[in-house]
Design a protein around this ligand. Sequence first.
Ligand code: GLU
Length: 296
Amino acid sequence: MEKGRFAPSPTGRMHLGNIFCALLSWLSAKEKGGQWLLRIEDIDPGRSRQEYADLLMDDLAWLGLEWDGEPVYQSQRSDIYEEYFERLKQQGVTYPCYCTRADILATQAPHESDGRVVYKGTCRHLPPQPGRVGATRLMVPNREIAFTDGHYGEHTVNLARQVGDFIIRRKDGAWAYQLAVVIDDALMGVTEVVRGRDLLLSSPQQMYVADMLGVSSPRFCHLPLLCNREGQRLSKRDQSLDMENLRHRYTASQIVGELACLAGLIPTPDAISAKELLPVFSWEKVPKEDIVVGCW
Ligand code: GLU
């Protein structure tokens, strides 16, 4: 059985970019006769709130994007993450890291100043530091990892050079997204992950974690990002495009119609339901370039 999923973080009201991703991931799963699962990624205790989880479920139901089964909450799965985390530790492929963000930025070469921070492995070879608490990093190999994205095609990534050893557990004990997401996708039987292309580089990291844990990886299909006229990615800061605001101004089928038109599925932004889009959905119609969203 094909299984897609939507995995929002309840750290604010959903905005247009979130529901674009929800709609396309729902269509891609349902068009194959599959299930669409919902996972609430509330592992960051400082930023997640139940009220946002409730609102996002209400928003999805209002849009006609019904999920299958009960939602899974990451905050309730700490014991599971602990068990898999121990497996990695026992393989000797993790190490504690005491670097601050400032330390890490200070070791960056100028050509890496595109916002992405590559960790140089400063703490990899430190002798044991009894009593000192650090984050936990996973050692990554210095070799090319090839993968095929369902929408963007072939990619080759060298994790050591492009990402560096990455954090799987934070210093405060919170689980990192890169660890939890792999365990959950595998245990929930997810076969396809649809999400924004800002997470394209997360795929080889997640494939690597899955390999180290001996679990399977889903197929990844990344989506173009929705941007404003200045070319900046829409974010929770664009309040006029959050669901609170949109629900006051539009009906569900008007919003779905606008999103479907942006996704290239229908020629004009006419009101339509998610179900009515199933016969016209195809990945070939979805653009690869980021999508500029005009006035709403
Ligand atoms: N919680 C992540 C987010 O909202 C999910 C990313 C993913 O789909 O893997 O960005």
